[in-house]
Design a protein around this ligand. Structure first.
Ligand SMILES: NC(=O)c1ccc[n+]([C@@H]2O[C@H](COP(=O)([O-])OP(=O)(O)OC[C@H]3O[C@@H](n4cnc5c(N)ncnc54)[C@H](O)[C@@H]3O)[C@@H](O)[C@H]2O)c1
Length: 259
C-alpha cells in the first residue's frame, strides 16, 4: 500500500456524494488514488462533485440514483462494474432528516425516512457485496450517526433508522467476512454540512444555535466534513484490514459524558 495514495487502484461508490460528508469523502478518496462513482439523486450536485474531482486531477463519474429504489441501485452497481471493471468500496452515506417526536411523526414520514436511511443502506449493500466478492473482497462503509447510539426526542424516526444501520453493519460483517468483505460504520456527531445548517436555520438565531450545540462538545466545535472523510478513507483502505463490524464514533467527545 502506497502511504501517500492508500486507495490507489480501488474503485469506490459514494452515495450522497453531491453534498456535505459524501462530497468530502468522494474528494478525499480521489485524492488518495481511488476511482469514484459519485451517486446521488441530485444530478447537478453530483456533476459538481465530479467536476471538482477532475479539476483536482482525480478520476470520477456520476450516476443518478435514488438509493431507496432497488432497480436504480442495481443499475448503479452495474454502472460502476461496467465503467471500471470492479468494485472495491461502497460508502453508504445518502440520508435525509425529518424532524419530529415519536407521536408527531406521520406514518408517511416514517416510511419515507426509513426507505432512504435504512432500506437504502440495505439495497446498496445487497447489490454491491456480490460484486465485491466476485473481485475477491471489499469494504462497505456505512455512515450512521451518534443518534443511532443515543436518543434525540425530536428525531425519533432518524434515531431508529441509524440504530438499524449499526445493527445491519454487524449482521453483514459476520455474514460476509468469510468472503473477504469487511463492513464497518461511522457514527459522526454534528458535522458542518447543509443538513446541519438547515437544522440551525430553523432556530430564530442560527448562530446562537450553533454556539449552543458546539458548547456540548469536548472540543467545543462541530466537525468539518473532511474529519469524517478521513475515517471513511481509513475504513476503505487496507490499513484497516482487521476491522469489521466496528462502530467508530467520530464526535469530538460528545457522547463520552453523562452531564
Ligand atoms: N451532518 C451531520 O451533522 C451528520 C451527523 C451524523 C450523521 N450524518 C450522516 O451523514 C450522512 C451525510 O449527511 P450530510 O450532512 O452530508 O447530508 P447532506 O444533506 O448535506 O447530503 C446528503 C446527500 O444525500 C443525497 N441524497 C439524499 N437522499 C438520497 C437518495 N434517496 N438517493 C440518493 N441520494 C440521496 C442528497 O442529494 C445529498 O447530496 C447522512 O447519512 C447523515 O445522516 C450527518
Amino acid at each position: 500500500m502506497d502511504p501517500k495514495q492508500p486507495l490507489n487502484g480501488k474503485v469506490a461508490i459514494v452515495t450522497g456524494a453531491g453534498s456535505g460528508i459524501g462530497w468530502a469523502i468522494a474528494l478525499l478518496f480521489a485524492e488518495q488514488g481511488a476511482r469514484i462513482v459519485v451517486a446521488d439523486w441530485n444530478a447537478s450536485a453530483g456533476a459538481e462533485t465530479v467536476q471538482q474531482i477532475r479539476s483536482d486531477g482525480g478520476e470520477a463519474r456520476f450516476h443518478k440514483v435514488d438509493v431507496s429504489k432497488a432497480v436504480e441501485v442495481e443499475g448503479l452497481i452495474q454502472f460502476a462494474a461496467g465503467q471500471y471493471g470492479r468494485l472495491d468500496v461502497i460508502v453508504n452515506n445518502a440520508a435525509i432528516q425529518i424532524l419530529g417526536t415519536l407521536t408527531q411523526t406521520s406514518e408517511e414520514d416514517w416510511d419515507r425516512l426509513h426507505s432512504v436511511n435504512l432500506k437504502g443502506v440495505f439495497l446498496c449493500s445487497k447489490y454491491a457485496i456480490p460484486e465485491m466478492i466476485r473481485g475477491g473482497g471489499g469494504s462497505v462503509v456505512n455512515v450512521a450517526s451518534v443518534l443511532g447510539l443515543v436518543g434525540d426526542p425530536n428525531l425519533a424516526a432518524y434515531c431508529a433508522a441509524k440504530g438499524g444501520v449499526i445493527a445491519l453493519t454487524k449482521a453483514a460483517a459476520i455474514g460476509y467476512g468469510p468472503q473477504g468483505v469487511r463492513v464497518n460504520c461511522i457514527c459522526p456527531g454534528d458535522v458542518d454540512t447543509p443538513m446541519v445548517q438547515e437544522f440551525f436555520n430553523r432556530d430564530p438565531n442560527p448562530e446562537l444555535a450553533r454556539q449552543t450545540v458546539s458548547a456540548h462538545y469536548a472540543l467545543r466545535r462541530i466537525a468539518d466534513p473532511r474529519e469524517v472523510a478521513q475515517t471513511a478513507a481509513f475504513l476503505a483502505s487496507d490499513a484497516s484490514s482487521f476491522l469489521t463490524g466496528s462502530v467508530i464514533v467520530v464526535d469530538g467527545g460528545l457522547t463520552s459524558k453523562c452531564y
